[in-house]
Design a protein around this ligand. Sequence first.
Ligand SMILES: [Ca+2]
Ligand SMILES: [Ca+2]
Ligand SMILES: [Ca+2]
Length: 348
Amino acid sequence: MGLAVALVLAIGLASTSNALIFGSPDTEPQTDRPEGFPYWEYVTQRRYEGPSVIYLGAGFALTARHVGMGEIFLEETIHAPNLRSKHTLLNEDGTAADAMIFELEGDENPPDWPLIPIAIHPPQPGEDVLLIGYGKVRDKVVEFEGDQRSEFAFLWSKKGEKRWATNRVSAGDITVTQENLMTKTFVFEFDEPFSAGATRHEAQAAVGDSGGGVFVKRDGEWKLAGLMVSVAGTLHSPENASSYGDRTHAADLTHYREEILRWTRAACANERDDDGDDLIDYPQDPGCDSAQDRNERDKWPLGGNSLRNAGIATLAIVLVLLVVGIRLQRDRQNKLQPTSDTEIPADD
Ligand SMILES: [Ca+2]
Ligand SMILES: [Ca+2]
Ligand SMILES: [Ca+2]
């Protein structure tokens, strides 16, 4: 462990937590939510000023494992978790990642919002990201002795608040280990405002931003790509503060995407062909009534409307038999006709 090795601090562990640290008031967004962004309401927090949680739609929530399951706010209503639904996301080798999902199951129905799309391809260095979290905000600015010179640090406020910010991915495919959790992450750095590497609303995550969302815009569509899990600073920087060069680690959700879909999406929205007919999900597979349908198989004759369908089928068979019967009867009469015809002259 040299000086270059950063201290990794889980953001969300501390009981007091402020959201997203900006280097300057000039870089703070002037709007309370990003313009044209459809998933602002999906990022929420644990009850009792807790860290951040993302609502995925269809009754499921996603957060950091070290944040944990709990009651969350959606549409100003408290939604309770189903205690048995807790599921920690896993790495290929079976170890636990710092990400978990749980289902909401209280007296209140969770909102019937469209499902959040999860990015397929990992964020690349240089890609711009949008951050939303409930962490601490900037308090006092203090000076400290850095490696080579005196530097500034931004102390974290006592209370968190919901903020949005921007940053740019500096590296991907970085595994972060914290106690028994091992997480595949991508990283972005806190650059000095208006420096070459800084984005317009550059910010660093702080305590409470854990479980917050990192979004990317690809082909004009916003997708969820990451889940903020930890921050890393240098050994000399003060505690409970951010300084330039600090890094935020976000769990790379593209890496855990299949598992998230498997646990949170119904068969008709899980991007797989569940019944082997080469047709995938609603509306491509005609066996799907909606994206909430839990079965891709065609409903006839074994689906939910089986009795009615069976009735219609029976009626159809009876009609066919009736028609065939009438035909046979007529044919028999037709066959008899010539005999009678031949007999007619005999009557003469
Ligand atoms: Ca499917
Ligand atoms: Ca299918
Ligand atoms: Ca089907």
